[in-house]
Design a protein around this ligand. Structure first.
Ligand code: HEM
Ligand SMILES: [Cu+2]
Length: 837
C-alpha cells in the first residue's frame, strides 16, 4: 500500500496503486461500477441499441408508406410504431447518447478523474435502462403508446386511449427523465467545480461551455414535462380533470407544458452536437476556434430564446394575433445566434489549412443538411406558411433535417474522432468513406421527397393514402432512399466493429489535438490522469503529449493515492484556483438496487397496485439514505497535502462542497416544476371553458394558517440546528415535528377540507398543489431524522456540518414553497369568484 510518505513512485507503481483504488473488478462486480468510463460507455451502447430499434421501426414505417393502400400494417399498428419511433429517438436515443458522451468525456476534457457524484451516474444509468425497457416491453406486448410522441390529450385521455398504452408512455418517460435530471445536476457541478487547477471559466474547453448550457436547459426544461405527465396520469388514473374541458380542464394546458419542454429539447439535442463540432473542427482546420467568447454569448442567448418559442408548435390552435406575431418574430430571431455559431465555424475553417478526414466529412454533411433544415424552419416560423404545412410530411422532413443533420451527422463525426481514444485503435479507412456517402445520399433522397409530398398535402401520421392522391411515386423514392441510408448505418456499424478488431494501434494523440483528454494513455485507465494537471492557457491550446508524460510520472496534483480513497481536486468556480479535495465514495450495488426499487414504484403505478406504491417509495428513500454511510469522515481531517507543496481541506470541511451545489440545482429543478404547476393552474383559470365551477369551495383560514406557522417553525429550527452543530439533536427533532404538523395539516386540507377533487379542475389544482407541499414536508421529516442519525454516528462536527446545512436549504425552500401552497386555495377561490361576477 502506498501512503502519503511515498514521494515519487515510478509510473508503473503509481498506475498499479491508482488502479487498485479506481478500477472496477471483472465479473458480477461490474454491476456495481460507478466509474464514469464504464457508465459513459454503457450509456452510449444502450442508446445505440435503442437507436437500432427506432431505426427498425422507421424502416417498417417506410415500407408501409412505399405504396398506396398498403396492407403491411393496420392503423393501430402504424400508430404504435410511429409513436414509438419518435419517442425512442428523442428520449431513448438522442438525449441519453449525448449524456453518455458527456459522462465519458467531460472529466477528461476538464482534467479530472470522474464526475462529481459517481453513484448518481450509475443510478441514472439504471433508471434509463429500466425505463427504456418498459417501453420496449410494451412494444413487444402490443400495448405500446399510440398517441404520437407528443401525446396530446384528448387523444391520450381515457376516453380515446382506454388501455395502458398511454400510461406506459407517461410513467416510463418520467422514469427515464430521472436520469436526465441526474445527469444535468452532475454535469453542472462537475463543470463548475471539478476542473484542472488554473482553468478559469474563460479557459474551459468549449465543449464544457456547451454542456454547462445544455445541462442548465435540461434542469429547467424537463420539470414542466414531468409535471404534465404527472397531471395527465392523475387524470387517467384518478379522474382529476386537468385536461377535460367539461370539468374546467383544458387540453391546451398539456400543449403548453409539453412544448415548454419540447422546443428547448431541440436545442438540448443540437447543442452537444455543436459542442463536439466546435471541439473537432479546429483540430482539422489547423487553427484555433474563432470567436470563443462570441460563441459562449450565442449559446447563452440561444438558451434563453429557446424557452420563449414553444408556442410556434401551436400556431394552429387559435392563439391571439399579437401573441402569434411575437412568437413568430422570436422564432425567426433564434436564427441569429445559430448563425453566429455557423459563421464561427466557417471563420475557423478559413483561417487554417483544413485536412480532410472522415470526421470532417461528417461535419460537412452536417453543415449542408442542417442549413437546409434551418431554412425550412424559418419558413415554418412564418405563421401563414405554417398554417399550410402544419401536420404534413413537410414538417416530418424539416424535423429530420434538423435532428439527423444536427445530431446524427455530428455524433458520427464525434464517434470517428473519439473512438480512437476509447479503443486505442484507428479506423480502417476505406469503409468509412463509402459508409458516409451511402448515409448522405440515402438521407437526402428519403427526406427531400417528404418536403414535396408534404407540400402536395400528405398529412403526417397516416397509415395509407389513396392511389388518386398522386403521392405514390415520391413516397416510393423516399422509401428506397431510406433503405440506402439503412445500409449506410450498417456499414458504419461494421466499420466500428472492424476498428475494434483490426484497427491499427496508435501512439497518443493521433489527431494532434490540443485538449486534455489526449494527455492520457488510450484506452484510458480508470483514473484518467495519474496526477492532475494545472494549466495556464486556454484548454484547447495545450500540448497533450508533453503534459501527458509529465502527469503520468506523478508530477501534477494528487499523484499519490492515500487511504485507498478516490480523490479529486475542486476549484474555485470562476478563477479555477484549487479550493478543496473531493473524496469520492467507493463503488457499490446500491444504485442498482435503488433504481430497481424505483422501477417497482413505477410498475406499481402502471399496473394499479396502489398498495405497493407507498412501500416502494419508502424503500427508495431508505436505499438513498444507505448510500451516504461512507461519504463522510468521523474525525476532522483539517488539511491534506495535494502535491506541489500545497495543502487543501477535504470537501466535507468546506463551505460549498459539490453536494451543496447539487442541492441548489436540485431545488432549482423542483422550483421550476412547482412554478410550471402554479402557472398551469392559473392558465386554466384564464383559458379553460366551464369556469368558474358551479359552487366555489370555501376554505377556512385556520388550516392554512397552522400549516404556514409550522413551516416557518421548521425553517427556523433547521437554521438553528445548522448553526449549533453538532449539538443540534433537539433542534432537529423540533424541525421534524414541525414538518410533521405541516404535512398532516396540508394533507388534511387536500383530502378532507375540500370538495371532491374530481368535481372540477379548480379543486384538483388546489389538491395537487397542497399534496406537493405535503410531500416536501414529508421529506423534511426524513431529512431531519437523517441529521439526527448523522450526529449520533459521529459524522457531524463544527467543521463537518454539510449534512445539516443541506437540511437547512431544504427547510428554507419548503417553507417558501409551502407558504405559497397554503395561500393557493385562497388565490384560486378569489380568482374564480372574480369570474362569476
Ligand atoms: C433512420 C432514419 C429515419 C427514418 C427513415 C425516419 C422516418 C420517419 C417517418 C417516415 C416519420 C413520419 C411518420 C408519420 O408521421 O406517419 C418519422 C417521424 C418521426 N421521426 Fe423519424 N426517421 C428516421 C430517424 C429519426 C431520428 C434519428 C430521429 C430523432 C433523433 C427521428 C425522430 C422522429 C420524430 C420525433 C418523429 C415524429 C413522430 C410522431 O409523429 O409522433 N427520426 N420518422
Ligand atoms: Cu420549436
Amino acid at each position: 500500500m502506498i501512503e502519503e510518505d511515498m514521494k515519487h513512485p515510478s509510473p508503473i507503481a503509481l498506475h498499479k496503486a491508482l488502479e487498485r483504488v479506481w478500477g472496477t473488478p471483472p465479473g458480477l462486480a461490474r454491476l456495481a461500477a460507478v466509474n464514469h468510463n464504464i457508465i459513459g460507455k454503457r450509456f452510449m451502447l444502450t442508446a445505440l441499441s435503442f437507436f437500432a430499434i427506432g431505426g427498425l421501426l422507421a424502416m417498417l414505417i417506410r415500407t408501409q408508406l412505399a405504396s398506396s393502400e398498403s396492407a403491411f400494417m393496420d392503423a393501430e399498428q402504424y400508430a404504435q410504431i410511429f409513436t414509438m419511433h419518435g419517442s425512442i429517438m428523442m428520449f431513448l436515443f438522442a438525449i441519453p447518447f449525448f449524456e453518455g458522451v458527456a459522462i465519458y468525456l467531460l472529466p477528461k476534457l476538464l482534467g479530472t478523474r470522474d464526475l462529481a457524484f459517481p453513484r448518481l451516474t450509475a443510478y441514472g444509468y439504471w433508471c434509463y435502462l429500466f425505463g427504456g425497457s418498459m417501453l420496449i416491453a410494451a412494444l413487444i406486448g402490443g400495448v405500446a403508446p399510440n398517441s404520437g410522441w407528443f401525446m396530446y390529450p384528448p387523444l391520450s385521455s381515457n376516453s380515446y386511449s382506454p388501455g395502458i398504452n398511454a400510461d406506459v408512455w407517461l410513467l416510463a418517460i418520467t422514469f427515464v427523465e430521472i436520469s436526465a435530471l441526474a445527469a444535468a445536476i452532475e454535469i453542472m457541478v462537475t463543470v463548475l467545480k471539478l476542473r484542472a487547477a488554473g482553468m478559469s471559466l474563460d479557459k474551459m474547453p468549449i465543449f464544457a461551455w456547451y454542456m454547462l448550457v445544455v445541462a442548465t436547459m435540461m434542469l429547467v426544461g424537463f420539470p414542466p414535462l414531468i409535471v404534465g405527465s404527472v397531471l395527465l396520469e392523475l387524470e387517467r388514473a384518478f379522474h382529476l380533470p386537468f385536461f377535460d374541458p367539461s370539468r374546467g380542464g383544458d387540453p391546451l394546458l398539456w400543449q403548453h407544458l409539453f412544448w415548454l419542454f419540447g422546443h428547448p429539447e431541440v436545442y438540448i439535442i443540437f447543442l452537444p452536437a455543436a459542442g463536439a463540432i466546435s471541439t473537432i473542427l479546429p483540430v482539422f482546420a489547423g487553427a484555433p476556434l474563432a470567436g470563443y467568447r462570441l460563441i459562449v454569448a450565442a449559446l447563452v442567448a440561444m438558451a434563453f430564446l429557446s424557452f420563449g418559442l414553444w408556442v410556434h408548435h401551436m400556431y394552429a390552435v387559435g392563439i391571439p394575433h399579437v401573441a402569434l406575431s411575437f412568437f413568430s418574430a422570436a422564432s425567426a430571431l433564434v436564427a441569429v445566434p445559430t448563425g453566429i455559431q455557423i459563421f464561427a465555424w466557417l471563420a475557423t475553417l478559413s483561417q487554417g489549412r483544413p485536412r480532410f478526414s472522415v470526421p470532417m466529412l461528417h461535419i460537412l454533411g452536417f453543415l449542408f443538411t442542417f442549413v437546409i433544415g434551418g431554412l425550412t424552419g424559418v419558413m415554418l416560423a412564418i405563421v401563414p406558411f405554417d398554417w399550410q404545412a402544419h401536420d404534413t410530411h413537410f414538417v416530418v422532413a424539416h424535423l429530420h433535417y434538423v435532428l439527423v443533420g444536427g445530431f446524427v451527422f455530428p455524433m458520427l463525426a464525434a464517434a470517428y474522432y473519439w473512438l480512437p481514444h476509447l479503443s486505442g485503435r484507428q479506423p480502417v479507412q476505406h469503409l468509412s468513406q463509402a459508409a458516409f456517402w451511402m448515409l448522405f445520399i440515402g438521407f437526402h433522397v428519403t427526406f427531400f421527397m417528404m418536403h414535396l409530398t408534404g407540400l402536395r398535402g400528405m398529412p403526417r401520421r397516416i397509415f395509407e393514402y389513396p392511389i388518386e392522391s398522386g403521392w405514390e411515386t415520391l413516397n416510393f423514392i423516399s422509401s428506397m432512399g431510406s433503405f440506402v441510408m439503412t445500409m449506410g448505418f450498417a456499414l458504419v456499424a461494421l466499420d466500428f466493429i472492424l476498428l475494434f478488431r483490426f484497427g491499427r494501434r496508435h501512439r497518443r494523440n493521433p489527431w494532434r489535438a490540443g485538449t486534455l483528454e489526449w494527455a492520457m494513455a488510450t484506452p484510458p485507465p480508470s483514473y484518467n490522469f495519474a496526477s492532475l494537471p494545472s494549466i495556464e492557457r486556454r484548454a484547447d491550446l495545450l500540448d497533450p503529449d508533453q503534459l501527458g508524460s509529465q502527469l503520468a510520472s506523478g508530477k501534477g496534483y494528487l499523484g499519490v493515492p492515500r487511504h485507498a480513497r478516490m480523490e479529486l481536486l475542486a476549484v474555485e468556480m470562476l478563477s479555477g484556483t484549487p479550493e478543496h479535495v473531493v473524496r469520492l465514495p467507493n463503488q457499490t450495488f446500491l444504485p442498482l438496487w435503488t433504481a430497481a426499487a424505483t422501477g417497482c414504484f413505477f410498475l406499481s403505478l402502471l399496473f394499479k397496485f396502489y398498495w405497493l406504491t407507498p412501500i416502494t417509495f419508502a424503500s427508495i428513500i431508505l436505499l438513498f439514505l444507505l448510500w451516504s454511510g461512507d461519504t463522510a469522515e468521523k474525525t476532522d481531517v483539517g488539511s491534506l497535502p495535494v502535491g506541489r507543496g500545497r495543502k487543501l481541506p477535504p470537501h466535507m470541511e468546506t463551505a460549498r462542497p459539490p453536494s451543496w451545489w447539487a442541492m441548489i440545482f436540485a431545488l432549482a429543478a423542483d422550483a421550476t416544476a412547482y412554478i410550471s404547476l402554479l402557472f398551469g393552474c392559473l392558465f386554466l383559470w384564464v383559458s379553460a371553458p366551464n369556469w368558474p365551477p358551479q359552487k366555489i369551495p370555501h376554505v377556512e383560514l385556520a388550516g392554512p394558517a397552522i400549516a404556514a406557522i409550522a413551516l416557518l417553525v421548521a425553517a427556523w429550527a433547521g437554521r438553528s440546528a445548522a448553526a449549533r452543530s453538532p449539538h443540534a439533536i433537539g433542534w432537529l427533532a423540533l424541525t421534524g415535528f414541525a414538518h410533521l404538523v405541516a404535512a398532516a395539516t396540508l394533507l388534511w386540507l387536500a383530502m378532507a377540507a375540500l370538495p371532491d377533487p374530481r368535481s372540477h379542475a379548480l379543486v384538483s389544482s388546489v389538491f395537487v398543489v397542497l399534496t406537493y407541499a405535503a410531500l416536501r414536508s414529508g421529506l423534511g421529516i426524513v431529512i431531519s431524522g437523517y441529521g439526527i442519525w448523522r450526529i449520533r454516528s459521529g459524522y457531524v462536527s463544527q467543521r463537518r456540518n454539510v449534512d445539516l446545512r443541506l437540511g437547512r436549504l431544504w427547510h428554507d425552500f419548503s417553507a417558501v414553497t409551502g407558504l405559497a401552497a397554503a395561500g393557493f386555495p385562497f388565490v384560486m377561490t378569489i380568482l374564480a369568484s372574480e369570474l362569476s361576477r
